[in-house]
Ligand binder design. Structure first.
Ligand code: PGA
Length: 241
């Protein structure tokens, strides 16, 4: 793993966007795996800036988001569909038909999982998968578990994740389930970029860097990926030697 430490989240946003600039210069029709949450926002701001300056274009890019809440309309203000449109897609030149999400309201999770896996395969596989990390070490919504998952599935969110994300929903109880890409789908990406900022992520990062691969710390599987870049601010890196 290639670990890079920065002063703050803003510096990471610039460096991460530069990685995308390099990829899109080399491969304008790249397939991007995208993430939601607070962590990628500075990266998305810098991607919008580069796009507005004409330094990158998304017109031939295809995207696959990692996860989506269940039991939430896709146009709800808290859906990841809405998040991605507000924080990135509405401000870049991407084609809506090239934007892919898991359907959190599917009546048939197995069929939905298969559909997503086939769409990723048909697009040529994910070139660069962006990941955040949960305080419990989750990646996408792969919560600590007894075994690593493969393709997308419906997950019951843990209390730790609910504690972290309830703030976005205010007084409305947040969904208890989500559809998420599995560990296998993430690991098949050609390159992975994991970003973590803030002290609350320091323990999860320490566990990841320790090299002990266990499904109880889902992010630990990244030790087995051949091309993973990890960008940390000083706080997230504070427990690693
Ligand atoms: P955050 O979420 O960026 O909002 O901290 C990250 C995650 O849970 O994967």
């Amino acid at each position: 793993m290639d670990i890079r430490i920065f002063n703050d989240a803003e510096e990471i946003g610039v460096a991460a966007a530069e990685l995308y600039r390099e990829l899109l210069t080399e491969k304008p029709n790249a397939v991007l795996g995208l993430a939601t949450g607070a962590t990628p926002v500075p990266t998305y701001k810098n991607l919008i800036k580069l796009c507005n300056e004409g330094k990158i274009s998304f017109k031939d890019v295809t995207t696959f988001n990692l996860d989506e809440y269940c039991d939430l309309d896709k146009n709800d203000k808290n859906s990841y569909y809405t998040f991605m449109h507000e924080n990135l897609f509405n401000s870049i030149d991407i084609m809506e038909e090239n934007v892919n999400f898991l359907d959190g309201n599917t009546a048939d999770c197995d069929a939905e999982s298969k559909r997503y896996a086939e769409a990723i395969k048909a697009a040529g596989g994910i070139d660069l998968q962006l990941l955040g990390i949960g305080t419990n070490g989750h990646i996408a919504f792969n919560e600590p578990a007894d075994k690593f998952t493969d393709e997308a599935f419906k997950v019951t969110l843990t209390q730790s994740t609910i504690n972290s994300n309830q703030k976005y929903f205010g007084d409305v109880p947040m969904p208890r389930y989500a559809m998420t890409m599995g560990i296998g789908s993430i690991m098949r990406s050609k390159k992975i970029l994991l970003i973590a900022t803030g002290e609350s992520k320091a323990n999860a990062i320490k566990a990841l860097i320790s090299g002990n691969v266990t499904p109880q710390i889902p992010c630990s599987i990244l030790n087995e990926h051949p091309d993973t870049v990890i960008m940390l601010d000083k706080e997230a890196a504070s427990l690693i030697k």
